[in-house]
Design a protein around this ligand. Structure first.
Ligand SMILES: Cc1cc2nc3c(=O)[nH]c(=O)nc-3n(C[C@H](O)[C@H](O)[C@H](O)COP(=O)(O)OP(=O)(O)OC[C@H]3O[C@@H](n4cnc5c(N)ncnc54)[C@H](O)[C@@H]3O)c2cc1C
Length: 389
């Protein structure tokens, strides 16, 4: 596997600290040597490379920006660079790392009891345990406020009934963070694998995110102890806060997918010859596409870096993250489409990573708030009018 040279048109590397560059280099080398070589076969087979989990944990990449309980305590920029490198290999592997860190460890770390933190965070950090985040339901995706899943109190227990779907890691998770309606509003529960009344199933037939496991969760009079409730998570703002963490990581991750598409296309157009033995890179229409891509990747890098610096200063808010996620996912998807075009027929075959990235990015556009919803969040920020309601 050739070493990835990096994509840095505007000398943005000069803005990173030595520590940040070291973290990126560690992630870059791991991805080039261990992750990228597996992805073509994993995608074909519809298989998540679970053999990588212990290594991902040992490198400190799970919950990397959290403090204590075995977590690496990295900055948000360092965390973003890890997401970028991992998604350069595949959005499905980045999804695993995002869900585990931002949607499972973060809520336990932020809203959990001390016992919940002690019990779960070290195991989730090392990858010994896998978690999933159940918010979406069959009838409530963009509008989770309408959720039907309910929990009612029965003495020292809570009883859950309902269904969640499109849940990353659902069939392989040891613990699910489940959001349910209660008499005190929406609350979060830690439901362990094997709890009576709790089952999961896998969604088959995906043509996107094939190297990620996705499934549904079902609760039928599922009884959990009172200690399973996240004590600090009250109302919809708790799961939304988790999504803000995950969307931040996506804003960086998709730059990796875009870089991989761009670099593959750039090298291909220099090598591929048509018409009088001239490289296709010598044609203006081809250069226009490469120029568009490198410009948009560079703008996305600056947006992510600025968002990361704001987050490290505690100044990044959810509407900022909507701009980051919406812009960078759209940018990456367009880079994948343009790169696919530049490879001609070879663009559709899985010897090259482009079509896989393109299919994955269709999911990334939809999950963690669709492009429409983030557009309307930005619209609300600038007009004061909430158009999605
Ligand atoms: C592979 C994969 C993994 C996922 N992982 C998870 C997970 O781990 N946990 C989890 O909880 N969820 C997960 N999801 C679910 C994901 O977050 C939802 O698919 C997403 O929120 C969209 O919901 P929906 O699919 O029901 O689409 P819908 O909400 O039905 O939207 C369909 C279309 O209608 C548009 N639309 C809806 N409302 C409006 C509006 N008010 N204004 C304008 N347009 C609107 C949308 O933008 C979209 O274009 C995952 C999804 C996928 C595909």
């Amino acid at each position: 596997m050739p070493r990835f040279p990096g994509v840095d048109y505007l000398l943005i590397d000069s803005q990173f600290s030595e520590q940040e560059l070291l973290v990126r280099q560690t992630a870059r080398q791991f991805v080039d040597e261990r992750v990228a070589p597996l992805m073509k076969d994993c995608y074909r087979e519809g298989r998540f490379p679970k053999e990588l989990i212990p290594e991902i944990g040992a490198l400190g990449f799970l919950g990397a920006n959290l403090e204590g309980y075995g977590c690496a305590g990295m900055s948000n920029v360092e965390y973003g660079l890890i997401m970028q490198e991992i998604e350069r290999a595949d959005s499905g592997v980045r999804s695993f790392v995002s869900v585990q860190g931002a949607l499972v460890m973060y809520p336990i770390h932020t809203f959990g009891s001390e016992d919940q933190k002690q019990k779960w965070l070290p195991k989730l950090q090392s990858g010994e345990a896998i978690g999933c985040f159940g918010l979406t339901e069959p009838a409530f995706g963009s509008n989770p406020a309408g959720m039907l899943t309910k929990a009612h109190q029965d003495g020292e227990h809570w009883i859950l009934n309902g269904e969640k779907t499109w849940i990353t890691n659902a069939p392989v998770a040891d613990v699910a963070i489940v959001w349910a309606r209660t008499s005190e509003g929406i609350r979060g529960f830690l439901v362990e694998k094997g709890t009576p009344g709790f089952s999961s199933s896998e969604i088959h037939g995906k043509l996107s995110m094939r190297a990620s496991v996705t499934g549904s969760l079902a609760f039928s009079d599922c009884r959990v102890p009172a200690s399973a409730m996240l004590p600090g998570a009250k109302g919809l703002k708790a799961p939304l806060a988790c999504l803000t963490q995950a969307r931040y990581g996506i804003g960086w991750g998709v730059i990796g997918a875009a870089m991989d598409c761009y670099e593959t296309a750039r090298q291909y157009t220099i090598m591929r010859k048509q018409f009088d033995d001239r490289p296709i890179a010598s044609h203006q229409l081809v250069q226009e596409k490469l120029a568009w891509m490198i410009t948009e990747i560079t703008k996305a890098q600056l947006l992510a870096l600025h968002a990361g610096r704001l987050k490290d200063q505690g100044k990044l808010d959810p509407a900022h993250v909507s701009m980051l996620k919406r812009n960078n996912v759209g940018m990456a998807l367009e880079c994948a489409r343009l790169s696919r075009d530049l490879l001609g027929g070879n663009g559709i075959i899985d010897d090259y990573p482009i079509m896989r990235h393109m299919c994955n990015l269709e999911t990334v556009k939809t999950y963690e708030g669709t492009e429409h919803i983030h557009t309307l969040v930005i619209g609300e920020r600038v007009t004061g009018v909430a158009a999605y309601k």
